[in-house]
Write a protein that binds this ligand. Structure first.
Ligand SMILES: [Zn+2]
Ligand SMILES: [Zn+2]
Length: 252
């Protein structure tokens, strides 16, 4: 097979999966069951697991229980030099939520990711109301990832938040620098901050001045990506930068 034909295979396989997705009856995005529907994307049992809430670290959003919030730093973030002020999530990137995010990203439709976004909004409704956000910016995907996926999960979640708060969502202000790619998973955590340096640029930075900005992404791991975006926004005059993600990866 020539290289040209070989490069056509992944899109064709994706296309077949999309046809199958549309043809089959409703199915839970997490466990695959076809009954006991809880909402558009998840069965009642999986929905219960997703909405099981616990206290989160005020600074990084990690689930830490009732005693970890006092100092504002937890085992997941105490060595992280974040440039954003605070972060929140729906839950940790584990079990049902991890499966929900992985399966939602693979789906042709953004409906399941939207359902995750709606759960996130209702979980963090009070925190969001207290922030008085002026503008919501989704974290853009690395340029190569854009060709692999049908949608940017961060865009979908940001639209849910913007719709609920009636705050403008702008997916074009924050841009990935051309040619920049996500670092390999093997890169030590400490070096990820260095690797993210200058990975973004701002378009029309003037609108950011004096604003409270909410950065939105699907998953927060070390915080290096959101921290670099926050650094750039603060340099452009943003008053405050906060982060909202669907899931927080345990980071020790
Ligand atoms: Zn289920
Ligand atoms: Zn923390």
């Amino acid at each position: 097979m020539t290289m040209h034909l070989r490069s056509l295979l992944p899109p064709l396989q994706r296309g077949m999966r999309h046809i199958v997705e549309f043809a089959l009856p409703w199915q839970c995005t997490i466990c695959g069951c076809r009954d006991d529907r809880g909402n558009d994307a998840f069965c009642a049992d999986c929905l219960g697991q997703l909405t099981h809430t616990q206290d989160q670290c005020r600074r990084c959003g990690a689930v830490i229980g009732p005693f970890g919030t006092a100092t504002g730093r937890c085992p997941h973030c105490r060595r992280r030099p974040f440039r954003f002020r605070s972060a929140r999530c729906l839950n940790m990137y584990e079990e049902a939520l991890k499966t929900a995010i992985v399966h939602s990203k693979q789906s042709f439709s953004s409906a399941a990711m939207m359902a995750v976004g709606q759960l996130l909004v209702s979980r963090q409704r009070q925190w969001l109301a207290e922030l008085s956000v002026d503008r919501i910016l989704p974290i853009p995907q690395a340029w190569l990832t854009r060709f692999r996926r049908n949608f940017n999960p961060a865009d979908v979640i940001a639209r849910c938040v913007g719709h609920s708060l009636r705050v403008p969502v702008d997916p074009h202000i924050l841009r990935r620098r051309r040619g920049w790619q996500s670092p390999q998973k093997a890169v030590p955590l400490a070096r990820r901050y260095e690797n993210q340096r200058n990975s973004f640029r701002l378009r029309d930075a003037r609108v950011i001045a004096g604003q409270c900005v909410l950065l939105v992404d699907d998953v927060l791991t070390t915080g290096a990506t959101c921290s670099e975006a926050a650094r750039l926004l603060k340099a452009a005059g943003a008053k405050e930068v906060h982060v909202l993600v669907a899931a927080r990866v345990a980071d020790h």
